[in-house]
Design a protein around this ligand. Structure first.
Ligand code: SER
Length: 306
């Protein structure tokens, strides 16, 4: 049995669908802080900080595997730093301790490009490099990575993680991230034909289409344990583009589309992150291969949002 924490979120909603298609609806328990409409299988309301309820659910369903997707993202956590730290870290410890105490067998927990900072090499960022995050979100993800590796090394737990780039999909909206413009821009292009971007036109960031991100997650979790040599978190490259580049791609489909730029506090967050990522470790260890580039993603986004 599988439990997904944060099942109503941008990743959670798509991952639950995928896992249920693979293992059967009844094998995947979805949970979120509030009721999620139309759950096709078991669902539990769960605040990830409610350790007792988490333990109850794990026992009730005999859970063996947890996907822990709960977090306050980069922009939101900057507005509430202490709570961002508490939510992102405490909830991770509750899950890691369940694995340490042998109540569950396997954990997935996402990290992010936000673990990098202003002194990280920004082009083709290596797996092992300077990590000096400037956001609470990044600090919590970097600390989480260290703890995942610590639990793997010292308690032998099977924890696996990916440093997701900015994620783009049509099925759900992200909440509170710096890379979210790249989702919003497609919605606005179709609704009003124009978009006011909160990042400058030449701000390159690593991004990934949700199809690829979900497939990466499933492939990482299905790989033989001995292949998973990195127990902190794997770099995942994705597509590197700027607001200007994505706008040009959208214009190929919607020629009248217009973009304007009004950078806000998220500009400095974006500038502290890499422009592109080297994911050769993921390629070597579990045969990772990306499928969607910017134009393929744009065609698919527009087709599905229409
Ligand atoms: N998409 C996230 C954010 O912008 C990065 O992991 O916060």
């Amino acid at each position: 049995m599988i439990l997904v924490l944060g099942a109503g979120g941008q990743v959670g909603s798509e991952l639950v669908e995928k896992l249920r298609a693979k293992h059967g609806n009844e094998k995947v328990v979805a949970s979120d802080i509030r009721e999620v409409g139309n759950s096709e299988g078991p669902f539990e309301v769960l605040n990830a900080l409610d350790k007792d309820k988490l333990h109850e659910i794990v026992e009730k369903y005999k859970i063996e595997e947890i996907y822990h997707l709960v977090a306050l993202l980069s922009a939101t956590a900057e507005k509430n730093p202490k709570f961002g730290w508490e939510l992102n870290m405490d909830s991770l410890f509750y899950v890691l301790d369940l694995a340490k105490d042998k109540k569950i067998k396997k954990v997935f927990w996402p990290s992010s490009i936000a673990v990098f900072g202003p002194n990280t090499p920004r082009e083709n960022t290596p797996q092992h490099t300077v990590t000096d995050p400037t956001t609470v979100y990044g600090i919590s993800k970097l600390s989480g990575e260290r703890w995942c590796e610590y639990y793997a090394n010292n308690y032998g737990i099977d924890v696996r993680s990916i440093r997701y780039p900015g994620l783009i999909g049509y099925k759900s909206m992200p909440g509170g991230g710096t890379t979210d413009y790249a989702v919003d821009i497609y919605h606005k292009a179709l609704e009003s034909g124009s978009y006011e971007c909160f990042l400058e036109e030449d701000t390159y960031l690593p991004m990934m289409y949700m199809e690829d991100a979900i497939r990466a997650t499933v492939e990482l979790m299905e790989a033989p344990s001995e292949n998973i040599k990195i127990r902190s978190s794997y770099n995942l490259g994705g597509i590197s583009f700027s607001p200007k580049k994505i706008a040009e791609e959208i214009k190929k489909q919607i020629p009248s589309f217009k973009i304007s730029y009004t950078p806000d506090f998220r500009q400095s967050i974006a500038e502290s992150w890499p422009k592109s990522i080297n994911d050769s470790a993921a390629q070597n260890d579990w045969n990772w291969e990306m499928e969607y580039d910017l134009s393929k993603m744009t065609l698919d986004m527009i087709k599905n949002l229409k």
